[in-house]
Design a protein around this ligand. Sequence first.
Ligand SMILES: [Zn+2]
Length: 422
Amino acid sequence: MTELPSSSNIEKVNTGTAEFEELVSDDRLTSDAATTKQSATINAFTHSSQLEDSTGVPAVRRKRKWWLRINWMLLLPTILWIIGWYLYTYPGVAWEESFRRWWNPKPQSFGYSWSSPQRELIRTIQYLTTFWFFYLGASIGSFFNVVAGRWPVGKGIVFGGSKCPYCANRLRFIHNTPIIGWLWCKGRCAFCHLPIATRYLWMEVAIGSIFTLLMFRELITGGANLPHWRLDSFVGFENIVFSPKWVLITAYLQHSVLFATLVMLISSSTSGLRFPWSGWFIFVICISCPKLIELRIEFVRWTDGLPIQQSFPIPHFSAASTVLAGLLIGGLVGTVTAKLLPPRVESHSRTHWCQAAWMLGAVLGWQAVVAISVSAWLLTYLMWLPFRRHVRAFSIVALATLLVVGVVHHMFWREIVSMIGL
Ligand SMILES: [Zn+2]
């Protein structure tokens, strides 16, 4: 790599026009050298193992230590997952027993008792089912990631496989697998080694966690958080998942997808994109439909809490009016609280706040959306006040507050409703 200093070029100009040709070629040489150097820098950044030395000749691939060649990002979670299974299955039985004795010292007899291998098998199935629900959420998160990135810029969602945004290589199946794909490639494209946005990982983990949390609180407890829901003693994985109670499963999926949509709106905000109202409309239709078809998942009616008694000739009208009231009040409260958010919240995030409030209203009813939006708005303002001189952007914090308040409200929905006396 020969790079002439510019002072020698100036000297050549001074020596005469005969050397003009040489100067031009030198210039070209210099720019070529610069290009080579630039590409070498990119190579060094992307393929650290194939570093080129200053002569431009590829260096012999250096043999790395064996522990550096292992993908710890993938192996560590796998080891932790296996340890978790072991602890839950074997010592877990004894831990649960001692916890039960501490919680309720009276001895309980169920009339039957499982043998040790049976209990271990049951706990293994429970562990795997929990993981299955987490992974179901992560897969939906993976799809919502695509939606969050493509819909606002007007790209198709269903057609056209996933491609790397830098090198346009079509991704393989393993690269597309939720969470595992990101860890497999250590957060870089498998072909060009440029970094992939971390939102692909955290969004899948977040939505997976929402599905797991709601599974524990809403599904296997037999709907313990649902207001006006008749509880019975047939709870647990075996009574709800393996001999399916479809009403409860529908409610669980509807609520999980609702909160997953809120995560998607946050993801669009982190990319600085505005989620389009057309996309929002399709989501609202899809997410409200179960309520109009299965009437038992209408947990709070729009007349609850109001001094009105309304009886509809067709029960489906009641469900439709609850959805409409939720949309109306949700839109109103969402618009007002979005306008009143701290000034550091960007305009596209205000739109997302409004869209989220509207969806919460459609699914959970107007009573819930008023409680959630107003308390989330208040909390956002309280968090913003101490930092108002230092913080430049507050969009993600505002939307995340709305999500967290929504999830916490959902965890204690039944208690809140019975406390207020709706
Ligand atoms: Zn690539």
